[in-house]
Design a protein around this ligand. Sequence first.
Ligand code: TEU
Ligand code: CA
Length: 539
Amino acid sequence: MDKRWYKEQVVYQIYPQSFCDSNQDGIGDLKGIQSKLDYIQNLGAQIIWLSPIYLSPLDDNGYDIADYYQIHPRYGTMADFDDLVREIHGRGMKLVMDLVVNHTSDEHHWFQEAIKGKDNSYHDYYLWLDKPNNWMSLFGGKACEYVASCDQYYLHLFSKKQPDLNWENPKVREEIKKMLHFWLNKGVDGFRCDVINLLSKTPGLPNGKASPILSGREHYMNGPHIHRYLEELKMEVWNQYDCFTVGECVFLTPEQALTYIEDEKELNMVFQFQHMDADCYFVKWFLRKFRPIRLKKALSRWQEKINGRGWNSLYFENHDQPRSISRFGNENYRFHSATFLATYLFCQQGTPFIYQGQEIGMSNAAFPDLEQYQDVETKRIYQIGKKIFGHKNMMKRIQLKSRDNARTPMQWSDKEHAGFTTGTPWIEVNPNYKEVNVEKNEEDQDSILHYYRKLLELRKNHEALIYGSFQEKFAKDHHLVCYERNMDHESFMILGNFSEKCLDMEKKIDLTPFDLVLSNYKTSTTLLKPYEIRIYIKR
Ligand code: TEU
Ligand code: CA
């Protein structure tokens, strides 16, 4: 197993517009981020990933890019960006940017040219159909849209303001490589590659199998030329830098993952989604009751399949997912379920990803009114879903699953708007900010934040927790979590109770050969209390 910095370090994801507002216009910005670098460093994270900050009409909060070379003025200037990179590197930290190249904004000048007519030189930068096909958008509804000036339809797997790029066109690939060099030469240390397994589409964009779950998906998930494109990026760009890549890959199995990450051949690691199905069927809006065993099974499968052949990413939260306490834990056990989840996940083999606010136990805002939501996906799904399920039922789904649950402002203090801004925040603050905030976490030695620091420090100081092998015990147990991390002469055991009921393990495990290293309860008996978790080391 090659030892690499991005395997040993911890990533902290920032959603820039919701992190910290330095000029009180209600929107987080680069100077705000700069003012919080101490905080991130003290947490024990060394890599910062920024969600998109490029020029954009913000239909999808920046995942719709209008110019890859410009910073959106609401976040600051290119000089602010260069400053931020310098500060980050000055601390020995790294910066990872979001790379969104499956699509651009419809306001990108390539697309503005492309719609002028079939003979325009940018026309085939995008994907066109003479007749619509049956593909469905990941945001709901049809995936193609008519353009009168061309008498054609363009493909958009996401919103109609996000036309898909034509990766078959070598000119598109040249443009992307040029842009990557631009950011890498500025000192950026890597990329989180948005929906990277969707780049390649079956030529001709034929109809797919009709399915309630995304008709057409067999024509663009891990499509025919995806590996050729990624090899090209790797050979012609990434290999020339000490650069880190994590590819977001929707609906990926571990077997498929290995085709991208075995021996890091194309990407260093992927974000997979299988453990995100622990409370839904395949598509997030089709709810089912959360069961810990489903989460356990999915995570363990990835550990076992990837172990020794590639490297995992470890995440429960990001800007697209509801908060993990509300979803997999229990808000009534905020401290214990938050620390349980962190320990259970981050002691596995892979790179830990923390999403802003996770380290202080932020939970779902679950806004009751549709008007409180800003997300394009939420609004679109509501329109489609209310015809089938009705208003009340749709609102229930949205409260549990809307991406805005993760996008409310970072809760810094109990001051107005949680200390995020003194202006009017672009989205409402979670009303629980008086209880749940950084300041309170700092003051309380027994807070979630302090626990995170101890946990990350422990991982940093023990190679077995980073590179050690993974062996699960009690795999079929619905509530007991137990696994070992072994390496050379060091061996750890993680033991926890994934439930609200006490769990007796006296007859299950002999703890005599172990020493306790870290735990989220003050006393340890043979009874595991609600969401109790312990890290043991073998003597
Ligand atoms: O998300 C890809 C994706 O398929 C889902 O996570 C999506 O956000 C949604 O939850 C499906 O129900 C990436 C970005 O992370 C997301 O923010 C963007 O909206 C999307 O790509 C398009 O760029
Ligand atoms: Ca601002």
